[in-house]
Every structure is written in C-alpha cells, then in structure tokens.
Ligand binder design. Structure first.
Ligand SMILES: Nc1ncnc2c1ncn2[C@@H]1O[C@H](COP(=O)(O)OP(=O)(O)OP(=O)(O)O)[C@@H](O)[C@H]1O
Ligand SMILES: [Mg+2]
Length: 263
C-alpha cells in the first residue's frame, strides 16, 4: 500500500526541503520507489535542492496551464522521482490553493511510486493542509529553539483538527547548547515522540549545493546515519549505522606526515 507523508513545519528554514530530499534518497536505498512533490507553491526550491535546475514542466504548469502531471515527474536517481514546482511569481499569482485538488494530483501520480513525500510550505495555511489527501501522514520538523517548537505546536493543532496522523517530530540541526530546548522539553511541549534527531552538519549545506544527498556523499556521517535510521523506522526495516572507516583516516594521516600506510 502506498503512503503519503507530508513534511511540515510551522517555522520556515528549519530544514523541511533538506529532509524531504535526504529522506527520499534514504528510502530508495531500502528499495522503495519514492516520489517527492514540492507543495511549497510560493517558495519552491526542491528542484534546486535535488539538482534538477530549470525543469521544463512543473506543477505550476499542471495547475494553471493544463499540462499533465506525468510531464513533470522527473527521475533523478534509480527509484527517486521529483515533481518540482515553478518559481515564476506571475504564475504563482494565478494560483488559488483553495481550488487545488491534491487528491486528484496524487491519484495521477500514484503509478510513479509507493512513498510520496510532500515538501510542505512553512506555516499552517489551512487551504493547503485541508487539500492534502486525508490518508496522509505527517512529520513535523523543528529545531531546538523556543520559536520553532512553538510554531510546531501550531502545526500539530491544525493537523489534529484535520485528523492527519502525525508520525512524530524530527529535530533538525541539533547541537548541544544549554540555551536550547532539550529532547525531553520538546517532547513534553509537543506531546509527540521525537522520531529522528539530525545533527547540525555543514556537510549537509555543501551536499545540497551540489544537488547531492548526504546519505550518498558521506554515508558514515552522524547526519547520514540519523536519516537512514529514520527512513528504516518509517518503513519498519532494520538499519545498522555505518561506522567511519578509521583505518583509512589514520592511513591518510600517516601519508600526510610522511609515514608509509599501515596496511
Ligand atoms: N542538519 C542540517 N545541518 C546543517 N544545515 C542544514 C541542516 N538541515 C538543513 N540545513 C540547511 O539549512 C537551510 C534551510 O534548509 P531548508 O531549505 O531545507 O529549510 P526549509 O524548512 O525547507 O526552508 P523554507 O521555509 O525556506 O522552505 C539550507 O541551507 C540547508 O542546507
Ligand atoms: Mg523548503
């Protein structure tokens, strides 16, 4: 049975698009066919993040120019497809989220995958939330700041009202800091489980600039392991974290200081 998972947050910039992309690639490594859809109709950037850049046909064309959805499903890797949204403001002005039938779009795109990740806009625009299929599940992304957790709470309230099943919270850009909220505090404010903790990792920024996923660029990094574990948990699979290859790191160091590698 296919699943639709909305990646949402109240506050902007917490890492929804980054998570959508990396989680999508991670799920594909468990042999799942994934389709990511950019529902951030005003501030779309899933195309850039996934390395698509300037796709010919986008969701905007489907919504206002009668193009068909199968014209804008792009396979970026084996089992990973992206449905991008355009960035033209003029087109966006002609869109009214109230009248978009996501149910219809999801039906048309159904043949392309089994797990559908929706990169949602920030906030609690009820028109968008009401429009997504009722069977959708939701992951709420937050950072450990008071403001992003407070906004996540608003997401939860809207999702509950619309009877959307929230799988849990993903705490992104995590770093230890006494001035930030702890796991326990976040779970008790939101009354939801934290299902993933992705550390702050500059390499994620770099991999995004290259249109690559961290799970491919550095599979033994803590952030990649966290995303793979999250993917595994979502689909009920096992995942053994990949340890950094210490021997090759030490050998590189030995080479650097002029000692022959320890084979
Ligand atoms: N775990 C992380 N560690 C370091 N940087 C991260 C991490 N997650 C995301 N980022 C960076 O944070 C920035 C914001 O991420 P992203 O665009 O995914 O957020 P968003 O919630 O989709 O934002 P918007 O509200 O603008 O749609 C990006 O530059 C991204 O590379
Ligand atoms: Mg985004």
């Amino acid at each position: 049975m296919s699943r639709i998972i909305a990646i949402a947050s109240g506050k902007g910039g917490v890492g929804r698009t980054t998570l959508t992309f990396n989680l999508g690639v991670a799920l594909s490594l468990f042999n799942r066919h994934v389709v990511m859809l950019d529902l951030d109709l005003a501030m779309a950037n899933l195309d850039i993040v996934t390395g698509l850049l300037n796709p010919d046909v986008t969701l905007h064309d489907v919504l206002v120019r009668n193009r068909s959805i199968d014209e804008c499903v792009y396979e970026i890797e084996d089992g990973v497809r992206v449905v991008p949204t355009g960035i033209h403001f003029e087109t966006f002005k002609n869109l009214n989220p109230k009248y978009i039938s996501w149910n219809k779009i999801m039906k048309e795109v159904a043949e392309f995958g089994e797990i559908f990740l929706l990169d949602m806009p920030a906030g609690i625009d009820v028109d968008i939330f009401e429009g997504i299929p009722t069977a959708s599940e939701m992951i709420i992304v937050t950072n450990s700041t008071m403001s992003s957790v407070a906004d996540a709470l608003k997401n939860k309230i809207v999702a509950n009202e619309l009877k959307i099943n929230i799988i849990g919270i993903v705490l992104n850009m995590y770093r230890e800091d006494n001035f930030l909220l702890s796991f326990k505090e976040i779970e008790s404010i939101l009354e939801l489980p934290i299902i993933g903790v992705i550390p702050y990792d500059q390499e994620i920024e770099r991999s995004m600039a290259l249109g690559k996923s961290i799970v491919e660029i550095n599979s033994s990094s803590p952030s990649s392991n966290a995303i793979m574990k999250l993917a595994a948990d979502i689909i009920g699979e096992e995942y053994q974290p990949i340890e950094p290859d210490k021997k090759s790191i030490i050998n590189r160091l030995r080479k650097f200081v002029g000692i022959s590698p320890d084979l």
